[in-house]
Design a protein around this ligand. Structure first.
Ligand code: CA
Ligand code: CA
Ligand code: CA
Length: 513
């Protein structure tokens, strides 16, 4: 989820203007007019991911019976773009040209090195459609939203009517199986049937980071293939030496990796030349050495070891996990969100790893039941291939204290050096999932709030003045109204619903201060 301020009532426009100094997030007001700044704090466009919907919650039954049922589920996934205004102290969704839903059947396009490759073509020539399992997100300095496709494998399955389907090594590495996660779409929508020869390669169209223009309701979402195909949790972008844009990304699976993308040139210059900074650049994967040093290993067809397995850069990017295996990246305890602190240190949540049997310095617990947060600082202002790392915290606290939590997931470092942490998993002491804040200077950790039964607290964004914060509760009660009816009594809702929560301080100050 991300909030893009609307700056000008006559000429609606969002995001950062071109002269915005990305290095100085603290002072958003400096590069815009006072009235536009004020307006942006009470009028904005919110892009929200709808990561997944439990079949029973969406349909009221265990499995879909018809293609219509499948369509209902598919349209409950994806992204919402809504415009919000604050009137008389209340935030309201307003009628807007920006508003739209992007779902599993929305036309999309591909860009970057894999676009045009046979890997993305199906024998029946169906056009690329949709995005699914949109987990976390990112946003660009040019004012667009990035949504990340995580557990896309689970929506595919195989009817295997000719009894000939077996997973390819590539499909296996990405976790495809005949049953998927039980959504059963493949039984009714051939596009998700891995054994249907007409839809060969359809699964390669998922697992990407997708760019969305929040203020052009007619623009197609673009899948940026230079960022690689993994189970993308999220992306944290920053601008580095020479104006190059750098993105840090986690691949959320046990024993999978952390990636970095560095654009080939200055992002403003590239855009002036009509190129997307996210289409041209280098993709790296992280190796955490036991001595506290680290290396970013480039995933390129120019590496002879990778060239033994793949024949093009398109293959390297489409099967980035396998290329990362070859170069010897460090398997991690489920990398989730990344965030770049104002001093350039990058933080990443490692949510847990129940199957870890052999600890290493970067993943020091076996098993890792509660998760930890790792951090690193890159050489050459984010563009170098060396880094230094350490562990910021291990989520193993004393029971009954305010810093008791486990399964860190959502993460955001604000410009003052506060680290907001959101959890997703069974919490200790019978707590629900929660949000905490840590002072990066002192390590002090405090709980901000806990959610409702069986929900996940996820998504974090603020207005430019940081006096309004938006967070989400996802799948409250796991959809079961006997466990919670949150957010009832609003709008007469009795079935629990995913909700966006607005947080302000009683004294009107910056959230977390
Ligand atoms: Ca995840
Ligand atoms: Ca997550
Ligand atoms: Ca998670």
């Amino acid at each position: 989820m991300h909030y893009f301020p609307v700056k000008d009532s006559n000429k609606p426009r969002c995001g950062w203007n071109d002269d915005y100094d990305w290095d100085d997030d603290l002072d958003w007001s400096r590069n815009t007019t006072r009235s536009a700044y004020r307006r942006g704090n009470r009028n904005g466009v919110l892009c929200i991911n709808h990561e997944f919907g439990r079949t029973s919650h969406v349909l009221g039954k265990a499995t879909p019976d018809s293609l219509e049922d499948v369509r209902v589920m598919q349209h409950a996934h994806g992204i919402s773009v809504v415009e919000l205004k604050k009137r008389q102290g209340q935030w309201r969704q307003v009628k807007s040209d920006f508003a739209r839903r992007i779902h599993v059947n929305t036309p999309v396009e591909f860009s970057g090195p894999v676009a045009g490759s046979d890997l993305l073509k199906t024998p029946n020539g169906n056009i690329p459609l949709g995005t699914v399992n949109n987990c976390a997100n990112g946003y660009t300095p040019w004012g667009t939203y990035l949504t990340c496709e995580e557990n896309f494998n689970g929506y595919f399955g195989a009817t295997n009517q000719n009894n000939t389907w077996v997973a390819t090594p590539e499909q296996e590495r990405y976790g495809f199986s005949d049953g998927g996660f039980g959504y059963a779409w493949h039984n009714l929508d051939k596009r998700f049937d891995l054994s249907d020869p007409e839809y060969k390669n359809e699964e390669n169209r998922f697992g990407w980071i997708v760019e969305i223009d929040p203020v052009d309701g007619t623009s197609k979402p673009v899948k940026r293939t230079a960022l690689g195909r993994v189970k993308h949790e999220g992306i944290a972008l920053t601008v580095s030496a020479g104006g190059r844009v750098v993105g840090y990304m986690g691949d959320d699976q046990r024993f999978d990796y952390i990636y970095k993308f560095v654009s080939e040139g200055n992002w403003r210059q590239m855009r002036r030349e009509g190129k997307s900074p996210l289409d041209h650049g280098k993709l790296y994967v992280a190796r955490f050495n036991d001595d506290g040093s680290g290396d970013w290993l480039e995933l390129t067809i120019d590496n002879p070891d990778i060239a033994q397995r793949f024949s093009s850069q398109a293959e390297v990017l489409a099967y980035a996990r396998i290329a990362a295996d070859i170069v010897g990246a460090t398997p991690m305890d489920r990398p989730e969100w990344t965030t770049v602190a104002p001093n350039g240190v990058v933080y990443c949540t490692l949510t847990n790893n129940s199957q870890c049997t052999e600890a290493n310095a970067a993943n020091p617990l076996a098993p890792n039941s509660d998760g930890h947060i790792i951090r690193w600082k890159d050489s050459k202002r984010h563009t170098g291939t060396r880094f230094k790392w350490d562990i910021y915290l291990i989520a193993e606290s004393t029971h009954g204290t305010e810093d008791t939590f486990s399964d860190p997931d959502g993460l955001w470092a604000d410009p003052d050096g506060r680290l907001f942490i959101q959890t997703d998993g069974g919490q200790k002491d019978g707590l629900n999932n929660q949000m905490l804040v840590s002072d990066l200077r002192t390590g002090d950790l405090r709980r901000l709030f806990t959610g409702v039964t069986s929900d996940e607290i996820t998504g974090i964004t603020t207005t430019p003045n940081r006096k309004t914060m938006f967070v989400n509760t996802q799948h409250p009660g796991n959809g079961d109204p006997t466990r919670t009816n949150f957010p009832a009594p609003f709008d007469g809702v009795t079935v629990p619903r995913d909700s966006t929560i607005v947080i302000t301080k009683k004294d009107g100050g910056v959230i977390g201060s």
